[in-house]
Every structure is written in C-alpha cells, then in structure tokens.
Design a binder for this molecule. Structure first.
Ligand code: PLP
Length: 375
C-alpha cells in the first residue's frame, strides 16, 4: 500500500488559548496529522512510524533503554509502574495531589504502600528520601520509591536526579520511579545520567500533543523485577509490551492517529532544539513569577524549587478566579483555578508546550485589564 503522506509540516502557531497545565494547545499541522487515512497496525508503514517515535522518545528521555508508548493517560502508567515493579513494598513520597494519586494507585493494586508525607508546596528533598528509605529498610526490603518531579497541584519541582543518587547509594535494589507528566519536554530530565529506573509522562502537557498517549522509559532492572512480580495484568504488562516493542509494534491496537500527530510534533520539537526549548520554558517561568509578584501576588511553591512549566500563584488579592476566567474567555484564553483544596486560594498559570513570550504578554495584559477593572 502507498505510504500515507502527512500534511505539509509548518510550525505556524496561532495565539495560545490554553494557559492551563494540560491539555495544552496543539499546533495546527499536528492536529491535522490525525486526519490521515487509517492504516493497519501490522503494516510496514505502522512499524516505520513506531520505530521513528521510539528513536525520538529515546532522545527526549535521554535513554538507551526502551520507551513504551501506550494508548492511555499518564495515570494509567502510575498503575502500570506499580503492577510491574512492586512485589513487596513501595514508598510513595506525597507532596501534592498527583503524588497522592500514585499512592492511591499502589493501594488500589493491593500493594504494601508506605506513604511519606512532605509538606505541600515544597519539594521532596534527598535527605527526606534518605531518612524515610533507611527507616523502611529497617523493616525489610523496599522494591521501589515513587516521586513526582513536577507537582502540578502546587507548582513545586523536586530534584529527582539527586533523589535517585541517594536512593541508589542506600539501597541499590530499590527502583526509582518518577512522574514527569507536567514537566517532560519542558525541562531536561536525563534518564540514564540520573540513573532512573522508570519515568512516565502524558502527551497533553509540555509535549503539546492531544491527550490519549502516555510514554514510559523503563530500565532493564524493571523488566528483571517484573519477571518475579505476580498480577501484572495484560494491557500494561511490561514483558508483553517489550515483546511487541522489539518488533516495532504494540500488543493491542495502538492509537494510530495520535501517534501520527506525535511524529509531526516530535519533528517540531527537534527542529526547535531541546536546549532552546528548555531555555524558553525557563524564561517563561521567570517571566511569570516576576509578573505575579509585580501584581502584588505571592508564589505558592518554595523558592529554589519552582516549576519550569506551571506557576502556582497565591490569590493574595482575593480575586474571583472564575470571573477572571470568564473575562479571559472573551479573548479566547483560559487559566487554571487552584487544584482541589487550593480552589479559590491559588490560581495556576501554565507556560508549557508551544507557548511564547508574546503569548504570556498577551495573557498578562488581559489579566491586568481585569484586575484594574475589578479593583
Ligand atoms: N501526574 C501529574 C504531575 C499530573 O499533573 C497529572 C495530570 O495533570 C497526572 C499525573 C495525571 O495525568 P493524566 O491526566 O494524563 O492521567
């Protein structure tokens, strides 16, 4: 069968609409790539697409290990990580709503899940990990630890490279599993250099793809562990995924349209250059933090550990956030209210994906108009 050609690629970018921490705006030609006619997933064309994505994902994760591509959102990989890597006990570091969700997933999988609470709005620090791990090891082996790199609910980012180093030193057999859902492709997260065992992410955040795909870098150590773990299920069984990956395919029907979109978007990401992409995100984060402070707000996340992709602003001016969003909607823009318990108390400005400085300026101007008018 003739190869289906993608629509011509162009990075023409309309003004950003979504300043929420996912889904983020998707470039028009990436959206259009999903409209290409269907192909069979046991075809040469699909295998070529899979191989291209796999190579690009390995470059993004900076890993020589495999990256699984699954038709699911990131939360599914919370569950998959636990079901494959944990036979005995897992230590979940909880400093926000998403790290808590990972803990809930571990409990839901009926594992011995030990929760280590860390104050919200702060980062998980290596010394806290060392202490908790040593304590837990006093009562037996710990199969894995879970840490969220970028807590989207609070805007705090944890030093996962340093965490992995201390954990490895204390307990080489404990697997280090990281959620990079809302920071991946917005900041450098070198999987191999940091000695991580598993890192998962979703498509709809800084990767600027539609929701529905999740990606997970997996070290050989995890596959070895999986062999002895019972109850891995089928859909997310890494040993199953591995067999297919070696043939450039997936065990079940993949999300072909989304994968086509990923092929186009990954090309855009590499055309921009990873260094330039990460530097842009750093600039946008600084710009947003400075703007918030200049408007008399405070920043929720601990200094020195602020997220490169989402800024959580304390609503010190008592703004009606829903009303501000209605005002922004007139200009086709949207921000996020505080997450869960922080609703009304904070608001979140996301600067991830394809967002530019000009986009942020446009948002700030519209917010300033609202703040001025609301007094
Ligand atoms: N982890 C983090 C840090 C998140 O921000 C989110 C979603 O916002 C998730 C996990 C869940 O990801 P998904 O919605 O793709 O299941």
């Amino acid at each position: 069968m003739a190869t289906t050609t993608y629509p011509p690629q162009s990075r023409t970018k309309p003004a950003q609409r979504l300043f929420i921490p996912g889904p983020t705006d998707v470039l028009p030609d990436v959206l259009a790539a999903q409209a290409a006619p269907m192909i069979g997933h046991r075809s040469d064309e699909f295998e070529a697409l899979f191989a291209k994505l796999e190579a690009q994902l390995q470059a993004l994760f900076e890993t020589r290990y495999r990256v699984y591509i699954v038709a699911a959102s990131g939360s599914a990989l919370h569950e998959a990580s636990i079901r494959n890597a944990v036979g005995g006990r897992v230590l979940n570091f909880v400093n926000g709503a998403f790290s808590q969700r990972w803990h809930e997933a571990a409990k839901g999988c009926d594992k011995a899940a030990l929760r280590v609470d860390v104050e919200w709005n702060t980062a998980v620090k290596p010394d806290v990990v060392a202490k908790a791990l040593e304590e837990a090891l006093g009562e037996g082996p710990v199969d894995a630890i879970t840490v969220v790199h970028n807590e989207t609910s609070t805007g705090a980012a944890s030093p996962v490279g340093e965490i992995a180093a201390v954990a490895r030193q204390i307990s080489p057999e404990t697997l280090v599993m990281v959620d990079a859902v809302s920071s991946f492709a917005g900041t450098r997260l070198p999987f191999d250099e940091w000695g991580l065992d598993l890192m998962l992410t979703s498509s709809q955040k800084a990767l600027a793809l539609p929701p529905g795909l999740a990606f997970c870098a997996v070290h050989d150590r995890v596959l070895e562990r999986a062999k002895s773990v019972k109850g891995r299920g089928w859909y997310f069984d890494f040993l199953n995924l591995e067999k297919s990956l070696l043939k450039n395919t997936t065990p079940s029907t993949p999300a072909i349209s989304l994968m086509r979109a990923a092929g186009v978007q990954f090309d855009h990401i590499f055309a921009e250059g990873l260094e330039a992409r990460y530097a842009r995100h750093t600039r946008l984060a600084e710009m947003t933090q400075n703007w918030a402070v200049s408007q008399g707000f405070e920043l929720a996340a601990e200094e020195g550990y602020r997220s490169p992709t989402v800024t959580n602003v304390v609503n010190t001016r008592g703004v009606d956030i829903d009303d501000m969003n209605r005002h922004l909607a007139a200009d086709e823009m949207e921000i996020s209210n505080g997450y869960g318990i922080y609703k009304g108390k904070t608001f979140r400005l996301a600067h991830m994906g394809e967002v530019t400085e000009a986009d942020m300026q446009r948002l700030f101007a519209a917010m300033e108009r609202y703040l001025h008018q609301a007094g």
